[in-house]
Design a protein around this ligand. Structure first.
Ligand code: NAD
Ligand code: TYD
Length: 364
């Protein structure tokens, strides 16, 4: 359904950063299928994780523009704000993988912290006048539940949980959150911060747990489980995440943080077994559980993430619609139907990284 009534009849310019990545590309597709009053400018550096194939259906749309560039590039970001008179920013651009942050933290500080600061400054410069910030502008920072640290067996992260990040990735995301918050506290810049749990769905780069297991299982490669496989994540289907961001963009109260969770806590080993069972029932019957290989645990591995998403439910009426059973089925089917996408993406820089991580032959 297309919705026409955004900002009356005026076209609004939405800068989406990192829009060629997993969640960003799902979000752009979601927004353009739902609204025709937005022009989306997608600024993406096309790192190993950015893939324009994710957006090929949109290439010729008149209300979509792709710009290859770095959020750390001040000149470019200011130019985009001037050229397109950007109204809203949704900042997905990030280095997003914990394991990579353990190997090479610097790029995480550059993109996730300095890049975010650079976007905040450009937005402030463009949106702030003598009377304060103009109407109809907002900066949304896409953050993560990992900024809260790790839970024990019970309890959930709320928006009031103290920040206690453990990995260089989560520390860089927490730093960015604090900068975004400071632009509200200090300048009254209109912002929201969203903190979601682990996403899964189409177009996720196969270094993250679910697509990595699907890819390896299809290729009869070993399935590397860190530690004893009992760590817990709360899984959120990416389309549900997109609908939450849509609501925050339009109705989120300025200055607020919103947690977004899937209500689907699972141990990693349960996820791996679900993938094996699905492939055995739907593709062939030859994936042996012996492919599961317990490997050295991740350094500083957070034990459990669990989100309390009652605030966004109460304030904005959002709830996840996809059960884990439905979501995992849709996700694995998508990878099965898009083997070429998987093959293309695993033949690039990903391979070098994979060899570095799994030089012992567990790789693709
Ligand atoms: P992703 O790694 O799939 O995509 C990141 C995108 O950002 C890529 O297209 C990449 O090219 C781009 N990018 C990286 N550095 C850039 C730079 N300097 N300038 C411009 N573009 C740059 O990540 P994702 O999984 O889609 O995550 C998107 C956001 O959501 C991130 O901010 C991440 O921290 C957050 N998040 C993700 C998850 C998850 O489960 N995937 C969970 C919580 C939060
Ligand atoms: P990941 O998808 O990297 O997301 P995050 O670390 O941001 O939560 O990992 C999800 C969980 O799966 C995490 O507990 C680490 C674990 N994991 C494995 O056991 N094996 C793997 O090969 C990967 C990539 C992750």
């Amino acid at each position: 359904m297309l919705i026409d009534n955004v900002n009356n009849n005026k076209t609004s310019f939405l800068l989406v950063t990192g829009g060629a990545g997993f969640i960003g590309s799902n979000f752009i597709t979601y927004m353009l299928s739902r609204y025709n009053k937005y022009h989306i400018v997608n600024l993406d550096k096309l790192t190993y994780a950015g893939n324009l194939e994710n957006l090929k259906e949109l290439e010729n749309k008149s209300n979509y523009t792709f710009v290859k560039g770095d959020i750390c590039d001040k000149e470019l970001v200011n130019l985009l704000f001037n050229k397109y008179e950007i109204d809203y920013v949704v900042n997905f651009a990030a280095e997003s993988h914990v394991d990579r942050s353990i190997l090479n933290p610097e790029i995480f500080a550059d993109t996730n912290i300095i890049g975010t600061l650079n976007l905040l400054n450009a937005a402030k410069k463009s949106w702030e006048g003598k009377e304060g910030f103009r109407e109809s502008c907002k900066f949304i920072q896409i953050s993560t539940d990992e900024v809260y640290g790790s839970l024990g067996d019970t309890g959930f992260f709320t928006e009031l949980t103290s920040l206690d990040p453990h990995s260089p990735y989560s520390a860089s995301k927490a730093s960015a959150d604090l900068l975004v918050k400071s632009y509200y506290d200090t300048y009254r810049m209109p912002i929201n911060i969203t903190r979601c749990s682990n996403n899964y769905g189409p177009y996720q780069f196969p270094e993250k747990l679910i697509p990595l297991m699907v890819n390896n299982a299809l290729n009869k490669k070993k399935l590397p489980v860190y530690g004893n496989g009992s760590n817990i994540r709360d899984w959120l289907y990416v389309e549900d995440h997109c609908s939450a961001i849509d609501l925050v963009l339009h109705n989120g109260r300025i200055g607020e943080v919103y947690n977004i969770g899937g209500n689907n806590e699972r141990q990693n080993i349960q996820i791996v077994k679900t993938v094996i069972n699905f492939i055995n029932s739907n593709v062939d019957n030859s994936i042996d559980e012996e492919l599961v290989t317990y490997v050295e645990d991740r350094k500083g591995h957070d034990k459990r993430y669990g989100i309390d998403a009652s605030k966004i439910k109460k304030d904005l009426g959002w709830e996840p619609k996809t059960t884990f059973e439905e979501g995992i089925k849709k996700t694995i089917n998508w990878y099965l139907e898009n083997k070429e996408w998987l093959c293309n993406i695993t033949s690039g820089g990903y391979k070098d990284y994979y060899e570095k991580m799994y030089g012992n032959g567990l790789g693709v």
